[in-house]
Design a protein around this ligand. Structure first.
Ligand code: FAD
Length: 466
């Protein structure tokens, strides 16, 4: 049709999934159009997720470390916090990355259309732009429309004191008392930031442990620190009612911690909802389930062979590193390469204080499914480096196959656990066994050494090296 733009590959959504797919497809010689409703590329991760949260967590970590130094005889004055500057610093990091992406798109000849896209047929997307509607005709499409924060019906979400993660990252003020609804990674990371700034934090979680999905022993190590830092950790408790009152947000709890409290701010971090139901996928014949997820095969193909989907919208762990890997698979398959998404594991990291990271098999899953395993645990209380930095609450745990001795899973609690878990992920992908890890000479004294030592514990070859 006249006025219709024609492209080989259209990518819907420019988060880590979408921009990675667009760039890879362009690098493989395809003509690519990238549609994004927001003014900047990068999606949730760069704009209101991974990157701004980590920038704030870095500041929080320094405040906490400075406080902890009093045990070493160095006491700093109470920090003076300029929220405008802090926010500007975080925004600068985001802007640097998102403008970098715009440059990379340009360099590759990827055409970016700013607007909201929806399917109007199996080979056509309509985009609502500031200048009116545009139609894009495509040979292949990659849906990368991501996810949005979940809300709870009946909660006063239109009150600015009831925040989602995007609002919380704006750090408009430092509330005196704040409730975090949901003890998952996102809620606990924001709790880490606000607690460091001086907010008194309560956390409420429906399940019997924080960070559902993570092994209990790892979470318990985290909780030991969290219990000292937060006012209340309310497990097995649900928010039965939430009302916006003049003096604050009134919350009624039901369960193990029955009662009522009033908070200056509440952060609702109860999970994320895929955006699959918002793109008129049915017009293209793409099946979307009742939750908004789009089912794909290992080539990231939907039920419509020339339409692919990647990232948060296809389910699995909603993580940026999963989205970027799926993205490359989709782009490569479109370019005729024999790619498929088949990772042995996708690591999870809570960038809290202490950090908690895990990958591969968990003990919880092994027990539930009757999978045999051997484990090696190295408590950081026996690590010279952990002692030196006063972080002995940490632990490193490795799980092995009792027959082949190959690594099956790992969990780490402590500062930098997110950096440390990478070695275990590589070991799993490479099929390393207990001896491979135990006999690998790790530098001393490092926290990384605890991975070698955990393998030595399992192997029975531990020395008393501290
Ligand atoms: P998204 O990043 O959600 O991007 C989708 C894009 O599509 C958006 O830009 C959206 O505007 C656009 N879009 C949607 N519909 C349309 C449409 N109809 N038309 C045009 N554009 C559209 N993950 C990690 O791995 N590590 C972390 O440390 C981490 N921290 C996080 C912290 C927070 C506070 C949050 C909220 C998330 C965090 N995540 C983290 C998760 C991570 O951000 C997501 O997994 C990741 O962004 C998913 O990428 P995606 O490409 O699938 O989708």
């Amino acid at each position: 049709q006249p006025g219709e733009q024609v492209t080989e590959v259209v990518v819907l959504g420019a988060g880590p999934g979408g921009y990675s797919a667009a760039f890879r497809a362009a690098d493989l010689g395809k003509r690519v159009t990238l549609i994004e409703r927001h003014a900047t590329l990068g999606g949730v991760c760069l704009n209101v997720g991974c990157i701004p949260s980590k920038a704030l967590l870095h500041t929080a970590a320094i405040i906490d470390e400075a406080k902890a130094l009093s045990a070493m005889g160095v006491t700093f004055a109470t920090p003076e916090i300029d929220l405008d500057k802090m926010r500007a610093g975080k925004d600068k990091v985001v802007a640097k990355l998102t403008s970098g992406l715009a440059g990379m798109a340009k360099q590759r000849g990827v055409e970016v259309i700013q607007g909201t896209g929806r399917f109007s047929g199996p080979n056509r997307i309509l985009v609502d732009t500031a200048e009116g509607e545009r139609a894009v005709r495509f040979d292949h499409c990659i849906i990368a429309c991501g996810s949005s924060p979940m809300t709870i019906p009946g909660f006063p979400h239109d009150d600015p004191r009831v925040m989602d993660s995007t609002d919380a990252l704006e750090i408009r003020d430092i509330p005196e008392r704040m409730l975090i609804v949901g003890g998952g990674i996102i809620g606990l990371e924001m709790a880490t930031v606000y607690a460091a700034l001086g907010t008194e934090i309560d956390v409420v979680e429906l399940q019997s442990q924080l960070m559902p999905g993570c092994d209990t022993d790892l979470v318990r190590s985290f909780e030991k620190v969290a219990k000292k830092r937060y006012r209340k950790l309310m497990l097995e408790t649900k928010v039965a009612a939430m009302t916006a009152a003049d003096d604050g947000i009134q919350v009624r709890f039901e369960g193990k911690h029955d009662g009522e409290e009033t908070y200056d701010k509440v952060l609702v971090a109860v999970g994320r909802r895929p955006n699959g139901a918002l793109i008129d996928a049915e017009a293209a014949g793409v099946e979307v389930d009742q939750h908004g997820f789009i089912k794909v095969d290992q080539h990231m193909r939907t039920n419509v062979p020339h339409i692919y989907a990647i990232g948060d919208v296809v389910g699995g762990p909603m993580l940026a590193h999963k989205a970027t890997h799926e993205a490359k698979v989709a782009a490569e398959v479109i370019a005729g390469q024999p790619a498929l998404f088949d990772p042995l594991t996708i690591p999870s990291v809570a960038y809290t204080d202490p950090e908690v990271a895990w990958m591969g098999l968990t003990e919880t899953k092994a027990k539930a499914e009757g999978i045999a395993y051997e484990k090696g645990v190295f408590p950081w209380a026996a690590s010279g480096r952990a002692l030196g930095i006063h972080r002995t609450e940490g632990m490193t745990k490795l799980l092995f196959d009792p027959e082949t001795k190959r690594i099956l899973g790992a969990g780490i609690v402590g500062p930098n656990a997110g950096e440390l878990i990478g070695e275990a992920v590589l070991a799993l992908e490479m099929g390393a066994d207990m001896e491979d890890i135990a006999l690998t000479i790790h530098p001393h004294p490092t926290l990384n050494e605890t991975i070698g030592l955990a393998a030595e514990m399992a192997h029975g070859s531990i020395t008393d090296l501290l």
